[in-house]
Design a protein around this ligand. Structure first.
Ligand SMILES: NC(=O)c1ccc[n+]([C@@H]2O[C@H](COP(=O)([O-])OP(=O)(O)OC[C@H]3O[C@@H](n4cnc5c(N)ncnc54)[C@H](OP(=O)(O)O)[C@@H]3O)[C@@H](O)[C@H]2O)c1
Length: 300
């Protein structure tokens, strides 16, 4: 198998293409022939060494959490997934020596969702990381219908799914984005759209996908809730606001439910463009430059 790995931290030049034996799936595991792998901000962070507090210098590590493809092999005990079936998965182990930027990916059966034959796998690869994070962040916020939620970065991958899933839970969602994002954020289900936190009155909670930090926390009512998205960006708690950071976990059953939301037209898949796997560094640099809407997707 081919994989793009990080052998030392740095810029796109540190991405290395390696040829390795395709792993055999162990008990409860599945090997996917990867058709598409989405590029996310966390991949750039891994490459740059910003997640070394998990890796402690143990390199190489693989890159890429979002994959779509077809089952190539199943391990002992996996009886409900067949070779050849189309699947999507989140690979949530940031220490794995190979991950989604690869021709093949080794995943736990419990991490993957089977999708219907005929699914656009390039588009489907854009779902797992951000939809699961949005759902798990909303769980952390633990709001009741009718409560208000400010989502910063609402035009982005995580932000849009949080707006949509939050609105579906009956929350009054205010989306904060760039001016160009207004129509999309409102279409996703936001009750209001702003471009500056100063336009926001008090809210019950914030999901801070744009990492505005203290400026966004200041809008939360005393005793409300705030979810940050990256270590160590969590602002210091104040006024009894419950401040936490979401750390997405793979969950194939929930991913299947989220894919059903896509099929029902309540979540959308958004592909910004595709790159050959070998051009992963260029795709990461394009994402890091800002302004991308939808996901860039690597094609092995
Ligand atoms: N902890 C976890 O488990 C987890 C999981 C998923 C994602 N994340 C993190 O969540 C963050 C968002 O991810 P993503 O995939 O949604 O990224 P993204 O698609 O790049 O979205 C970020 C959005 O925020 C916007 N933005 C940034 N600063 C802004 C500002 N001052 N005002 C208005 N909009 C602003 C960006 O607009 P421009 O592009 O125009 O700048 C972009 O639309 C990333 O840091 C990612 O690493 C964490």
């Amino acid at each position: 198998m081919q994989a793009i790995v990080v052998t030392r931290y740095g810029g796109p030049e540190v991405l290395t293409s390696v040829d390795r034996p395709t792993p055999d799936p162990g008990p409860g595991q599945v090997v996917i022939a990867v058709a598409a792998a989405a590029v996310n901000p966390v991949d750039h962070a891994v490459r740059a060494g910003h997640l070394d507090h998990f890796a402690h210098g143990q390199l190489p590590v693989g890159l890429g959490g979002d994959v779509a493809g077809r089952v190539e092999a199943v391990g002992p005990g996996v009886e409900d997934v067949a070779v050849g079936q189309p699947v999507i998965a989140l690979l949530d182990d940031v220490l794995a020596p190979a991950a989604g930027y690869a021709s093949h990916a080794l995943v736990e059966r419990a991490a993957l969702a089977v999708v219907p034959e005929g699914t656009d796998l390039v588009a489907a690869a854009t779902l797992p990381l951000n939809a699961l994070t949005a759902g798990q962040a909303l769980d952390l916020l633990d709001l009741a219908p009718g409560q208000s939620l400010l989502v910063t970065g609402a035009g982005g991958g995580l932000g849009e799914y949080t707006v949509a899933l939050g609105a579906a839970r009956g929350l009054k969602v205010i989306g904060l984005g760039r001016p160009r994002d207004e129509a999309d954020v409102l279409a996703a289900g936001a009750a209001a759209f702003v471009t500056d936190v100063a336009q926001v009155d008090e809210v019950d909670a914030v999901l801070d996908a744009a990492q505005l930090g203290p400026a966004a926390l200041a809008r939360v009512r005393a005793g409300g809730a705030f979810v940050a998205v990256n270590d160590p960006a969590e602002p210091a708690a104040e006024r009894d606001v419950r401040v936490t950071t979401v750390h997405v976990k793979a969950d194939g059953a929930r991913l299947a439910e989220l894919f059903a939301e896509v099929e029902a037209g309540r979540l959308r898949l958004r592909v910004a463009g595709t790159y050959p796997l070998a051009e992963a560094g260029a795709a990461q640099e394009r994402l890091a430059a800002g302004g991308v809407r939808g996901r860039l997707v690597l094609l092995p």
